[in-house]
Design a protein around this ligand. Structure first.
Ligand code: ASP
Length: 586
C-alpha cells in the first residue's frame, strides 16, 4: 500500500493513528539532532519528524535525502509543539518509523514553491516541475471545476456535446489557418479549425437544437499579447432562439459560475451596452466597468473660441479624475501626455483643466478660454473642487480610443481597481462590417455568417457600413470573454453578404458551397456564442496571462520550449508529402 492518507488530510483528531504517506520532499530542515521534512502531494503538505533518540538510524537516512525525492513513510501521528496555523495539517506531524525512497531526484533547476526563483524559459522547459507548484495546481483544478460546472449547466439546459473534426478545409476569412499537408493527396492540405463555426451551424440544420463543445481552436496569428496558437473555446449553438434568449441563457451560465466558483451572487441583470454607447462612453468595445471616469463629449463647449487645435478637430472629449487636481504636477501630466502620444495611441496632445480647491480654475488652454467657459466644461463633467479634467481632441475614432486608453492607464496608476471585483456586461448591436483601408473592402466584424438586424437589411445595398448585426460580446473587467451572433439562415441573404465581402458567387461556392447547399434544406433560425475558456479561467484565477491556466502552453513566440517545437522533420517525411523547403530568402 502506498498510502493510507494524502499529505493534506491528517488533523488533530488523527493523533496516535498509524499512517502511511507518499509524496515529494518539499523542504528539509536539519537541526542536527532533529530533522523536519515537509512531504508534499496535490492535496497538501505534512510535516515528518525524525530525531536521534527515537531512531538514530532513520535520522541518518533522512539526512541523505534531497528536495523532490519521492518517499513512502510509515509512522504515527502526534500533536505538534510548534503549530502552523497557515496549513490545514499544521497541528500535527508524523513521527516516522519506516522510510523508503521510491525515487531519487536531481536538484530541480528552480525552487518548487509559490514564489519560485525560476525564470520564464526554465519554467517552460521544465513545465512538469513548474506544474508541481501549488499556484499552478490550484489554477488547473480551478480550470477543471469550471469546465465541470459549465458542462453541468449546459446539460441541465438540454445541450448535447458533439465533437467536430480537426482536419478540415482551409477558408479565407478570419485569422490565418494552420495547414496540414495530405500524404495521400499530394499538394492538398487540411486546415485546423479556427473554430467549429460551420459545423455547429450544420448541426442546427441537422436538428440537434442545442449543441456545445469544449474544444481546441487553432489560429496562426502573429505575436500578440497573451495569445496562444491553440486555445480552448466553450462553443455553443442553439436553434429557434432570439438574441435575447441567448443572452439570458448564457448570462445564467455566467451567474452560475460566479456563484459556484467565486461565491459571488449577481442578482441584477448584467448591463447591456450597445457598441456605439460603449465606444462613446469608454472608448472601447470591451469597457472595464470597475471604475467610472466616463468619457464626455465636450466638442460644442470648446469650439468657436479661436483655439485652432480644437476648432479644427472633429471631436473633443474629456474624462474627469476625482480629487486629484493637486496630485497631477506638471511632470505627472507630461508623463500622461507621452502616454497618449505613443504611436499605438496616436493622440496629438493632452489638455487639462484643474478645478482648484479655492474654487479657481487653471488650465493648459487658459490663454484661449475665459474662466466661465472652462467652468462650463467642469460642470458638464460634474467636477468638484480638486478634480482634474483631461481633454483629447482630433478625429473622433482616434480621440475616443485615446481617451479609453488614458482612462485605463489612470485607473492602473492610481490603483482605482479593487481586487476581486467583477463587472460583467454584454456589448450588443455591433456593426456588421468594418472597412479595411489596406485592402479597400469591407470585412465582417464578427464573421460572414452573422445576421444583420432585420430593420437594417435594406441598408445592405445602400450603405453597408451602417448595417448593424445581431452580434454580441460578453465582457468581464475589460476583457472579452465571449462573443457570438444570430446567424443568417436564408440563402439569399448569405449570398448578398458574401458579395459585400467581395466574394464572387464562384468563390463563395468553392469555399462555402456546402453551407449554401445545406441552407436549401430547411435551415432553422439559429445563433450561438463561443467563450474563450482560457481567458475566463485566467480572470477567475486572478492571472494576468492565460499561460498560467494552460497545462502545457507555448511561449509568447509560439514555441513549446519543453518539446522544442516547432522543429524540422526528416527529408523522408517531406518526400512522402512531396514538399520541398525553400531556402530562407531574408
Ligand atoms: N465562432 C465564433 C468565434 O470563434 C463565435 C460564434 O460566433 O459563435 O469567435
Amino acid at each position: 500500500m502506498y498510502r493510507t492518507h494524502t499529505c493534506g488530510e491528517l488533523r488533530i483528531s488523527d493523533v496516535n493513528k498509524e499512517v502511511t504517506l507518499s509524496g515529494w520532499i518539499q523542504k528539509i530542515r536539519d537541526l542536527g539532532s532533529v530533522i523536519f521534512i515537509d512531504l508534499r502531494d496535490r492535496y497538501g503538505i505534512t510535516q515528518l519528524y525524525f530525531d536521534n533518540v527515537l531512531n538514530p538510524e532513520l535520522l541518518e537516512q533522512a539526512r541523505k535525502l534531497g528536495r523532490e525525492y519521492v518517499l513512502r513513510i510509515k509512522g504515527s501521528v502526534r500533536e505538534r509543539e510548534n503549530k502552523n496555523p497557515n496549513i490545514p495539517t499544521g497541528d500535527i506531524e508524523i513521527v516516522v518509523k519506516e522510510l523508503e525512497i521510491l525515487n531519487k531526484s536531481e536538484v530541480p533547476p528552480f525552487t518548487i514553491e509559490e514564489n519560485t526563483d525560476g525564470g520564464e524559459e526554465q519554467l517552460m522547459k521544465y513545465r512538469y516541475l513548474d506544474l508541481r507548484r501549488p499556484n499552478l495546481q490550484r489554477a488547473l483544478l480551478l480550470r477543471y471545476q469550471m469546465a465541470r460546472h459549465i458542462r453541468n449547466y449546459l446539460d441541465q439546459h438540454n445541450f448535447v456535446e458533439i465533437e467536430t473534426p480537426f482536419l478540415i478545409k482551409s477558408t479565407p476569412e478570419g485569422a490565418r489557418d494552420f495547414i496540414v499537408p495530405s500524404r495521400l493527396y499530394r499538394g492538398s492540405f487540411y486546415a485546423l479549425p479556427q473554430s467549429p463555426q460551420l459545423f455547429k451551424q450544420l448541426l442546427m440544420v441537422a436538428g440537434y437544437d442545442r449543441y456545445f463543445q469544449v474544444v481546441k481552436c487553432f489560429r496562426d496569428e502573429d505575436f500578440r499579447a497573451d495569445r496562444q496558437p491553440e486555445f480552448t473555446q466553450i462553443d455553443c449553438e442553439l436553434s429557434f432562439v432570439t438574441q435575447d434568449d441567448i443572452l439570458n441563457i448564457f448570462e445564467g451560465l455566467a451567474k452560475y459560475l460566479f456563484k459556484t466558483i467565486k461565491g459571488i451572487e449577481f442578482t441584477d441583470p448584467f448591463p447591456r451596452l450597445s457598441y456605439s454607447e460603449a465606444i462613446e462612453r469608454y472608448g472601447t468595445d470591451k469597457p472595464d466597468l470597475r471604475f467610472g471616469m466616463e468619457i464626455i463629449d465636450i466638442t460644442s463647449l470648446l469650439q468657436g473660441h479661436g483655439f485652432k487645435v480644437f476648432d479644427s478637430a472633429k471631436y473633443i472629449g474629456g474624462i474627469k479624475v476625482e480629487g486629484k487636481a493637486d496630485f497631477y504636477s506638471r511632470k505627472k501630466i507630461d508623463q500622461l501626455t507621452d502616454f497618449v502620444k505613443r504611436p499605438q495611441i496616436g493622440a496629438k496632445g493632452l489638455a487639462w483643466i484643474k478645478y482648484n480647491t479655492d474654487g479657481s480654475v487653471k488650465s493648459s488652454v487658459d490663454k484661449f478660454y475665459t474662466p466661465e467657459t472652462l467652468q462650463k466644461v467642469l460642470s458638464e463633467l460634474d467636477a468638484q473642487p480638486n478634480d482634474i479634467v483631461f481633454i483629447i481632441s482630433g478625429d473622433k475614432q482616434l480621440g475616443l480610443r485615446a481617451l479609453g486608453e488614458l482612462r485605463l492607464e489612470i485607473a492602473r496608476s492610481l490603483r482605482l481597481i479593487k481586487e476581486g471585483d467583477f463587472k460583467p456586461l454584454w456589448v450588443v448591436d455591433f456593426p456588421m462590417f468594418e472597412w479595411d483601408e489596406e485592402e479597400e473592402r469591407y470585412k465582417a466584424m464578427h464573421h460572414p455568417f452573422t445576421s444583420p438586424k432585420q430593420e437594417d437589411i435594406p441598408l445592405l445595398d445602400r450603405d453597408p457600413g451602417k448595417v448593424r448585426a445581431n452580434a454580441y460580446d460578453f465582457v468581464i473587467n475589460g476583457v472579452e470573454i465571449g462573443g457570438g451572433s444570430i446567424r443568417i439562415h436564408k440563402r439569399d441573404i448569405q449570398q448578398k453578404v458574401f458579395e459585400i465581402l467581395g466574394l464572387t458567387p464562384q468563390e463563395a461556392n468553392e469555399k462555402f458551397g456546402f453551407l449554401l447547399e445545406a441552407f436549401k434544406y430547411g435551415a432553422p433560425p439559429h445563433g450561438g456564442i463561443a467563450f474563450g475558456f482560457d481567458r475566463w479561467v485566467a480572470i477567475f484565477n486572478g492571472s494576468k496571462s492565460i499561460k498560467d491556466v494552460i497545462a502545457f502552453p507555448k511561449n509568447s513566440a509560439g514555441r513549446d520550449l519543453m518539446l522544442d517545437a516547432p522543429s524540422p522533420v526528416s527529408k523522408e517525411q517531406l518526400d512522402e508529402l512531396g514538399i520541398e523547403i525553400k531556402p530562407d530568402t531574408e
